[in-house]
Design a binder for this molecule. Structure first.
Ligand code: B12
Length: 251
């Protein structure tokens, strides 16, 4: 079995071992070159606080990007609850924690083979006061061909956008490349959609940009509500711009 297939198997089994088929489906995995010049260009596109793969792991040759997709029920649930969905919050918290387990298993495997490995946590990698994040899982996923950016600023894979991304850097040379899916965002293609803009409960998401602080205020409000009403801690979530999108979920 190729090393790419072994990595994909560890990630897939990592999700299976969680034993939550009610929340998660099989993941998608893709690889990119740590020296792909688009990583350097993110310092221009996003800002100079963004680090390249080799700034995380000097020996990095490859970037492993993976997406854990949510079930249909979870993908739809943010649209059904007027304020915030406890199920969506639960899926967020469970997978954020479990990413650490999967990354640990993947790192151990690669290190046993004599390679270096370093993972980036799924979230809370940013400074809430200025929104600066040293790593963009979405941009890495787009570079790896896992998906494309839609008008809601989320990255859509062949299984949709409902799910979460993670990244791991490694010194092994992973040559396999994924063909990116065609961009099916109707707003970007011909302006004929825009459901994500209408769905934002605080008007933060607009065609000409996003007020990230208004979005974040809503996420923090929801986090407090879920802690109080559903005993779920650390779920700063909403997901309405995602669930309203016709590209949220594919079989
Ligand atoms: C900071 C942050 C936030 C901030 C700011 C959001 C934002 N739009 O940047 C706040 C707190 C508001 C937020 C909200 C949410 N977030 Co958030 N957040 C992050 C975080 C930590 C960093 C994002 C980042 O790098 N922003 C940088 C800015 C400048 O990116 P940007 O504005 O989108 O601009 C980029 C693109 O437009 C891009 N672009 C356009 N076309 C192309 C093409 C190519 C090839 C490339 C490379 C780039 C590119 O250019 C810019 C640079 O890449 C990531 C986790 C991580 N470390 O990656 C999660 C993350 C983006 N969040 C996520 C989610 C799900 C959410 C919420 C739905 C909340 C929830 N979980 O219920 C909302 C959705 C808001 C939205 N519509 O964007 C997911 C997205 C999953 C997906 N399917 O895409 C992520 C990736 C977490 C994860 N581990 O999966 N988030």
């Amino acid at each position: 079995m190729s090393i790419e297939a072994q990595i994909t198997q560890i990630i897939t089994e990592g999700v299976e071992k969680l034993g939550r088929p009610d929340l998660f489906r099989a993941p998608l995995v893709a690889f990119s070159d740590a020296h792909d010049e688009r990583y350097e260009s993110l310092k221009e596109v996003i800002g100079d606080w963004v680090r390249t793969p080799v700034e995380f792991l000097p020996s990095a040759k490859s970037v492993v990007s993976y997406f854990v997709s949510f079930t249909r029920e979870i993908a739809e649930t943010p649209s059904q609850d007027p304020q915030v969905s406890a199920l969506w919050g639960e899926a967020y918290v469970v997978i954020n924690d479990h990413f650490n387990v999967i990354n640990g298993e993947l790192s151990s495997f690669l290190k046993e083979q004599g390679f270096d490995a370093e993972a980036v946590p799924a979230t809370h990698t940013y400074n809430p006061s200025d929104m600066h994040s040293a790593w963009s899982h979405r941009s890495a996923a787009a570079i790896a061909g896992l998906g494309y950016f839609a008008a809601n600023r989320l990255v859509v894979t062949e299984k949709g956008s409902a799910g979460r991304y993670c990244t791991l850097f490694t010194s092994v040379d992973l040559a396999e490349r994924r063909k990116p899916p065609r961009n099916r965002c109707s707003y970007l293609n011909d302006g004929s959609c825009g459901k994500c803009f209408d769905a934002c409960p605080v008007g933060a998401l607009k065609p000409d940009g996003m007020d990230k602080f208004s979005c974040q205020d809503r996420l923090f409000e929801n986090e407090a509500l879920l802690a109080q009403d559903a005993q779920i801690e650390g779920a700063d979530v909403c997901g309405k711009c995602l669930a309203a999108c016709p590209l949220a979920y594919f079989e």
